[in-house]
Each structure stands twice: as structure tokens, then as C-alpha cells.
Design a protein around this ligand. Structure first.
Ligand code: BV8
Length: 236
């Protein structure tokens, strides 16, 4: 019986699709202060500024397309499920490139840039066009209650029970394109290790969590991930 596979992706898997990472030298947080833009306090204090930051990133997303790494993970999901295995792809990314590539067993633990949430009726809907402080919720029609459906620092990520349940029973864990600096995602490798899983890290560089991993595949995701998927499926 094929085992249970959990994959965690970060900004590095989308870098070759033209989307910036966060902590590389030219990363988003090198240009912007996350404390001013990616916290609930920042949104409460200056909502228009936070909306403008996410509107610009949402607009930047429209031209982005999946690269070979996203496609390889969708193929891995289909092949692994066909063998009777379990599969869960957990992404920290707020882009929709995994969906575009065909991934289905997918969880966006940090939310989704293309969605918005109403603080009045709590409905999550597609964010169409630019949001601002006067935009009306399509469900309750109230103005001024909408925020990006993104998990900010200090907020609890989404689907944590599902994610920890998968980690505690997995036989293989792979972390792809993530610096291992943001918790609780950075702690997932420890949970998988305690479950007895084999840990693989795919990245351009060493990370803070590298010492925990059993295997390392070094290189850009668009070539390293397809090669790893092919070898992983060949090992049976
Ligand atoms: C939580 C959405 C409690 C927003 C993001 C003090 C105050 C407040 C909180 C804390 C604190 N100290 C610690 C914390 C916890 C905090 C945290 O970890 N802070 C860090 C900075 C220390 N975490 C939180 O606040 C989280 N919530 O703790 O709640 C809780 C939790 C559980 C249970 C109960 C209670 C919420 C964190 C979520 C924040 N939201 N994003 C937005 O996008 O605007 S975080 C942000 O960082 C992104 O989501 C991103 O995904 C995430 C991680 O970054 P990476 O994806 O790893 O990207 P990065 O640039 O860092 O690295 C890129 C990697 O790719 C590199 O390794 C690079 O080498 C590699 N790479 C580059 N190119 C390629 C490549 N690899 C392969 N191929 C390539 N081509």
C-alpha cells in the first residue's frame, strides 16, 4: 500500500512563475514592512493602505502561470492516489498556481489572494477588481467590512486540525521552496519526523530547518521538483 504523503510549499515554488518571494534579497519583505501591511493591527489602523498593497499583488497575479514544479505536484497527486496512497498539499502561498496546475488535495493555510472575507457576515467570496474601504459585501451588501482572505501575522492559519492530522500519520514529508522561518509551518517537519516519516527538502539553498531533513534536493523548483517526483514514483 502506498504511504501517506504531505507536501508543504512556500514562495520559492512560485518564484519562476514571476511571483516574488518574501525573504530573498529582492523579496517582498525586503521592500515592504510586514508589520505595517500584514497584521490585523495594520489593517485596523490604515485599511486603505493595506487594501492597496493587496490590490497590487492581486493584479500582479493575473499574468502568473504555473511552472513545471506546480504541474509535477499535480501529477504526483494523481499517481499517488491511483496507487491507493494518501496525499495532501499544504501551501503557504496565497497565489492560485497550484489550482491552475490541477492540484485538488490542496490547503491554503495562509489564505488566498483572489478571495475576500466579510467581517460582517463572515462570507468568503472571490475578490473581483480592487477592494477599498467602501466596497460592499456581495452577500450582506454592507460597505466597509471586507478584508483580504489572507492570514496575517498573529492570526491562526487555516485548516490546522486537518494539517496536523495528516502530518501525524504521514510516511513521507517534503518541503519545497520555503525558508522555514514562519510558524507554525516551519514546525511541520518536526511533527512529521516524530511520526517517523522520511523528510525531503527541495530548495535553492540551505534553510533554518535543513538539519532535520533526511534528503535534500538542491536546485530551482521548476527542474528539481519534476526530477524528484519522477524518482519518487519510480521507487515504488
Ligand atoms: C500564528 C500571508 C498563532 C500574508 C503570511 C511575534 C509576533 C507575532 C507573531 C509571531 C511573533 N514571533 C513569532 C510569531 C509567529 C509568526 C511567525 O512565525 N513569525 C516569524 C516572522 C518569526 N507566525 C504567525 O503569526 C502565524 N500565526 O503563529 O498564530 C497560532 C498558530 C497556530 C496555532 C495556534 C496559534 C501566521 C503566519 C502567517 C503570516 N502570513 N503570509 C501575505 O502573503 O501577505 S507569512 C509569509 O511567509 C507568506 O505566507 C510565506 O508563505 C510565508 C513563509 O515564507 P516562505 O514561503 O518560506 O518564503 P520565503 O521568501 O521566506 O522563502 C523562500 C524560499 O524559497 C527560500 O528558502 C529560497 O531559498 C527558496 N527559493 C527561492 N527561489 C526558489 C527557491 N526554491 C526553489 N526554487 C526557486 N526558484
Amino acid at each position: 500500500m502506498a504511504g501517506s504523503l504531505v507536501i508543504l510549499t512556500g514562495a520559492g515554488i512560485s518564484a519562476e512563475s514571476g511571483l516574488g518571494t518574501f525573504r530573498d534579497t529582492d523579496g517582498l519583505w525586503a521592500e515592504f514592512d510586514w508589520q505595517e501591511l500584514a497584521t490585523p493591527e495594520a489593517f485596523a489602523a490604515r485599511p486603505a493602505r493595506v487594501h492597496a498593497f493587496y490590490n497590487a499583488r492581486r493584479a500582479n497575479l493575473t499574468a502568473a502561470r504555473p511552472n513545471a514544479a506546480h504541474t509535477a505536484l499535480a501529477q504526483l497527486e494523481r499517481a499517488w492516489l491511483a496507487r491507493g496512497g494518501d496525499f495532501l498539499l499544504v501551501t503557504q502561498n496565497v497565489d492560485d498556481l497550484h489550482e491552475q496546475a490541477g492540484s485538488e488535495r490542496l490547503v491554503h493555510m495562509h489564505g488566498e489572494l483572489k478571495k475576500m472575507r466579510c467581517l460582517g457576515c463572515h462570507t468568503v467570496t472571490d475578490a473581483v477588481g480592487e477592494l477599498d474601504t467602501g466596497t460592499c459585501c456581495p452577500r450582506c451588501q454592507q460597505p466597509g467590512f471586507l478584508r483580504p482572505h489572507v492570514v496575517w501575522f498573529g492570526e491562526i492559519p487555516l485548516e490546522m486540525d486537518l494539517i496536523f492530522q495528516a502530518l501525524e500519520t504521514c510516511t513521507h514529508f517534503a518541503a519545497i521552496g520555503t525558508s522555514g522561518t514562519v510558524y507554525p509551518a516551519a514546525g511541520f517537519s518536526e511533527v512529521a519526523k516524530r511520526a517517523g516519516a522520511h523528510l525531503t527538502e527541495i530548495n535553492l539553498a540551505q534553510t533554518e530547518t535543513s538539519p532535520l531533513f533526511d534528503s535534500h534536493v538542491s536546485g530551482p523548483a521548476s527542474t528539481a521538483v519534476p526530477a524528484w517526483v519522477e524518482a519518487f514514483l519510480a521507487q515504488g
